[in-house]
Ligand binder design. Structure first.
Ligand SMILES: Cc1cc2nc3c(=O)[nH]c(=O)nc-3n(C[C@H](O)[C@H](O)[C@H](O)COP(=O)(O)OP(=O)(O)OC[C@H]3O[C@@H](n4cnc5c(N)ncnc54)[C@H](O)[C@@H]3O)c2cc1C
Length: 284
C-alpha cells in the first residue's frame, strides 16, 4: 500500500483519480476498518496538510467549515460554538479527547454511520455540503448526501470540501441527548438533537433529528409539522413522542433491540418538548 500526504486540493483531486485511492483524514474510522480488513486501499491520500480544507469562517450569513477541520479545533472556535450551540453540544460528546484531537467533521459525515453525532446538529441547522474533485463542484443538502449506512453521494474521485451552515436564529433553544451503553465515549443506541423557537408561548420553529434509528441520521419532519403553532402541554408531548416512534425505522444489533431504540427516540423527543416548554419532567 502506498501513502501520500497532499498539500493542495489540486494534488488531492489528481491522487483520488488513481484506482484504489482512499482519502485519509483523521483516520479514526478508516484505521479501524483497515485493521479489520473491511477495506484495503492501494493508496492512502492524507489530507491533513491541505490548509484550505481546514479553514473555518463565520459571518452574518452563516458559517463555512472545511471538511478536514478537526473536532477539537471546532470546539476551540468560540465564535462558532456561541452561534451554533447545538453543533458544539454534539461535538463535545463525540468520542474522547484523543479522538476529538484527530477526528474531522468531514470524516464523521463521509463515514456515513447512522450514529454519526455531528450529522444530527448539521441536519437541524439545514447544512449543505460542497463536493469537489468531480467534473464540476456541486452542493447538496446534507440529507441528500447521506444515502445509507456507509453510503454517500460521493462519486469516484470526489471529496467533501466543506459544510455550509445558514445563519442561525438567535432564539433557538438547543437540545441534544445521546443514549448509549455508558455515559461517556459511547456510540449512540439512539440520540435526538433539535432546535425550538417560541413566540408568545407557541412553537414557531422546530427542527428535530434522530440518530441510530434509521439507515441514516434522520430529520423528524412529521414531529416538526405536528408541533409548530402549538403550545406545549402533556397532550402535545404524548402525541409528538408517538409520532417520533412511527417516524423512525431502527434495526436490532449488538447494542439494542429495534423496539428499545424506537421507544428511546420517542422519549427523547418528549424530554426536549418538556424541557423547552417549561413542563415538569415526566415521573419514571
Ligand atoms: C474510540 C472511538 C470513539 C468514537 N466515538 C464516536 C462518537 O461518539 N460519535 C461519533 O459520531 N463518532 C465516533 N467515532 C467515529 C469517528 O471518530 C468519527 O466518525 C470521526 O469524525 C471520523 O473522522 P476522521 O477524520 O477520523 O475520518 P477518517 O477515519 O479519516 O475517514 C472516515 C471515512 O470518511 C472518508 N473521508 C474522510 N474525510 C473525507 C472527505 N473530506 N471527503 C471524502 N471522504 C472523506 C474516508 O475516506 C473514510 O472512508 C469514534 C471512533 C472511535 C475509534
Amino acid at each position: 500500500m502506498d501513502y501520500i500526504r497532499v498539500t493542495s486540493e489540486d494534488e488531492l483531486a489528481t491522487a483520488l483519480r488513481r484506482d484504489g485511492a482512499v482519502l485519509l483524514a483523521g483516520g479514526t474510522d478508516l484505521m479501524v476498518k483497515m485493521r479489520g480488513w473491511a477495506i484495503r486501499p492501494s493508496l492512502l491520500v492524507d489530507i491533513s496538510r491541505v490548509d484550505s480544507l481546514r479553514r473555518v469562517s463565520t459571518s452574518s450569513d452563516g458559517a463555512v467549515i472545511g471538511s478536514a477541520a478537526r473536532v477539537a479545533d471546532l470546539l476551540a472556535n468560540s465564535t462558532l460554538c456561541v452561534r451554533y450551540p447545538l453543533l458544539a453540544a454534539v461535538l463535545r460528546s463525540l468520542g474522547s479527547v484523543q479522538i476529538r484531537n484527530r477526528a474531522t467533521l468531514g470524516g464523521n459525515l463521509a463515514n456515513a454511520s447512522p450514529a454519526a453525532d455531528s450529522a444530527l446538529a448539521l441536519l437541524a441547522y439545514d447544512a449543505r455540503v460542497s463536493l469537489a474533485g468531480g467534473a464540476a463542484e456541486r452542493t447538496l443538502p446534507l440529507a441528500e448526501f447521506l444515502q445509507g449506512p456507509r453510503r454517500t453521494a460521493l462519486q469516484h474521485g470526489e471529496y467533501l470540501r466543506a459544510i455550509d451552515l445558514p445563519a442561525p436564529r438567535a432564539d433557538w433553544i438547543p437540545f441534544f441527548h445521546k443514549v448509549g451503553r455508558r455515559r461517556a465515549l459511547t456510540i449512540a443506541i439512539a440520540s435526538v438533537a433539535g432546535l425550538l423557537a417560541f413566540r408568545d408561548g407557541d412553537i414557531v420553529d422546530a427542527r428535530l433529528a434522530a440518530g441510530s434509528v434509521a439507515p441514516t441520521p434522520l430529520r423528524l419532519h412529521s414531529v416538526e409539522q405536528l408541533v409548530v403553532g402549538r403550545h406545549v402541554d402533556d397532550a402535545l408531548v404524548a402525541t409528538a413522542a408517538a409520532t417520533a416512534t412511527r417516524a423512525v425505522a431502527p434495526i436490532a444489533d449488538v447494542r439494542a433491540t429495534a423496539s428499545y431504540r424506537r421507544e428511546v427516540a420517542g422519549e427523547l423527543v418528549a424530554r426536549f418538548l418538556r424541557e423547552a416548554g417549561g413542563l415538569a419532567p415526566a415521573s419514571l
